[in-house]
Write a protein that binds this ligand. Structure first.
Ligand code: IFM
Length: 459
């Protein structure tokens, strides 16, 4: 008999952890890896916090077996990692680097030996620099090259890997990479923004088609989209309209093509001459049926009308009296709101939370422990909302925490620690944090016991 008040997850629920190649692998110029746009960006003075780079990162390339042991020791069912395109095709296309394939072969084999489901993401932002040099995601050709790369990977791993994610967070690629320029390739060009989104989404559909054609067995393919509930700062008509526009740029622009086979009309109008020419057969390709949606949730956004902000005429505000992490407002109920809306509006066949986590300025205590109680509270509060969504009928099939290891947080460098496992970036030694032990217990019991739901008290 389960304890009273125990929040049990479905028997087949998949628990896991996530990472991405550039953020943990290091070994930037080893074994024939080509340059990616993040290598170039990180070495640009002033682009990344304190000039940090992913050159070494958590050195996962050399320590992957130890890292898989850690994942196994926490009892995880699945591991979401990404494949570095420039390790496989140093020029982005053409000749294949066998050593790159060998690395992911070894990683997959070690995972399978430990009964951990590999869930690779094909694109987590590290475009080969050679493709950027010919126009990057602004160019339609890049979508075709991505599909070819996806095919290479399915030919290499598709006998053992059945769950695949094409892209991670196309919004970030389009907006942070090509509008604000905070991310590689550091472009600030409104024209490039929608074109990038268009080509990334097109490449998703082309890749799904190529992967299915190359697969030796049926695959489950999905895409990971990030989502923020957008709340108006007030009930004033202009703030409501601003929130609707923000939601369009932030969420609908990506969900509608993938699930409804269209771009939102209001977005086409908003972008006007900055919008790409939309071809019906491209929309059909973006809307290719997939087996699941991966969704990343971190926070909500509260926005108000602001006529001085170009194009969108809306700005994000930080409501008073709320709790914030080092990066965002902590808003667990937004996870439930998001899942309900996605389920109502888009009806994906299955949903996985492929990322959710919090940056905490963790440190080792004198006894070698990392007491990251804030992360435990964050996790607990979000899992309660995930459970609530399942009770409401959402086909939520898994939860993968971001991240397994502390890692390179893009333009914010190593200052932001998201891991369940602490990494000392001098010695590269790993220490499982309190949150890692706590999460392992949730996984073991397949749910949360009442004690874990009560406010967490430091020991
Ligand atoms: O670290 C990132 C990850 O690469 C993509 N999703 C958000 C995380 C935290 O910012």
């Amino acid at each position: 008999m389960p304890e009273q008040g125990f929040l049990a997850f479905p028997d087949d629920f998949i628990w896991g952890v996530a990472s991405s190649a550039y953020q943990i692998e290091g070994a930037a110029d080893e074994d024939g890896r080509g340059l990616s746009i993040w290598d170039t960006f990180c070495h640009k003075p002033g682009a990344v916090y304190k000039g940090h780079t992913g050159d070494v990162a958590a050195d996962h390339y050399h320590r992957f077996a130890e890292d898989v042991d850690l994942i196994a020791s926490l009892g995880m069912h699945a591991y979401r990692f990404s494949i570095a395109w420039p390790r496989i095709l140093p020029e982005g296309r053409g000749s294949i680097n066998q050593k790159g394939i060998d690395f992911y072969n070894r990683l997959v084999d070690v995972l399978l030996e430990r009964d951990i489901i590999p869930m690779p993401t094909l694109y987590h932002w590290d475009l080969p620099q050679a493709l950027q040099d010919t126009g990057g995601w602004k160019k339609r050709d890049t979508a075709k090259h991505f599909a070819d790369y996806a095919q290479v990977m399915v030919e290499a791993l598709g006998d053992r890997v059945t769950r695949w994610i094409t892209h991670n967070e196309p919004f970030v690629v389009a907006v942070l990479g090509h509008f604000t320029g905070e991310h590689a390739p550091g472009i600030q060009d409104p024209f490039a923004t929608f074109h990038t989104a268009y080509h990334v989404l097109l490449s998703h559909g082309l890749a799904v088609e190529a992967m299915r054609a190359a697969a030796p067995q049926p695959l489950q393919i999905g895409i990971t989209l990030d989502y923020n509930p957008i709340h108006p700062a007030s009930e004033r008509e202009e703030d409501l309209a601003a929130a609707r526009r923000f939601d369009g740029v932030r969420n609908r622009l990506y969900f509608e093509p993938v699930f409804l086979g269209r771009f939102p009309e209001d977005m086409i109008r908003l972008f006007g001459a900055l919008a790409p020419e939309v071809r019906p057969d491209d929309l059909a390709m973006m809307n290719t049926p997939i087996e699941f949606l991966g969704v990343n949730y971190y926070t909500r956004m509260v926005v108000r009308h602001d006529s001085s902000t170009p194009l969108i005429e809306a700005v994000e505000i930080q409501p008073q009296g709320r709790e914030y992490s080092m990066m965002w407002e902590i808003y667990p109920e937004g996870l439930h709101e998001m899942l309900m809306r996605i389920w109502r509006d888009y009806q994906p066949p299955a949903i996985y939370i492929t990322e959710n986590g919090i940056p905490v300025p963790d440190d080792l205590d004198h006894d070698g422990k990392v007491r990251d109680y804030r992360r435990i509270r964050y996790l607990r509060d979000h899992l309660i909302q995930a459970h609530r969504a399942i009770q409401s009928g959402v086909p939520l099939k898994g939860y993968l925490h971001w991240s397994i290891l502390d890692n390179f947080e893009w333009a914010l460098g190593y200052r932001m620690r998201f891991g369940l496992v602490y990494v000392d970036f001098e010695t590269l030694e790993r220490t499982v944090k309190m949150s890692g032990h706590w999460f392992a217990q949730v996984v073991r019991r397949n749910g949360l016991a009442p004690a874990e739901r009560a406010p967490f008290l430091p020991e």
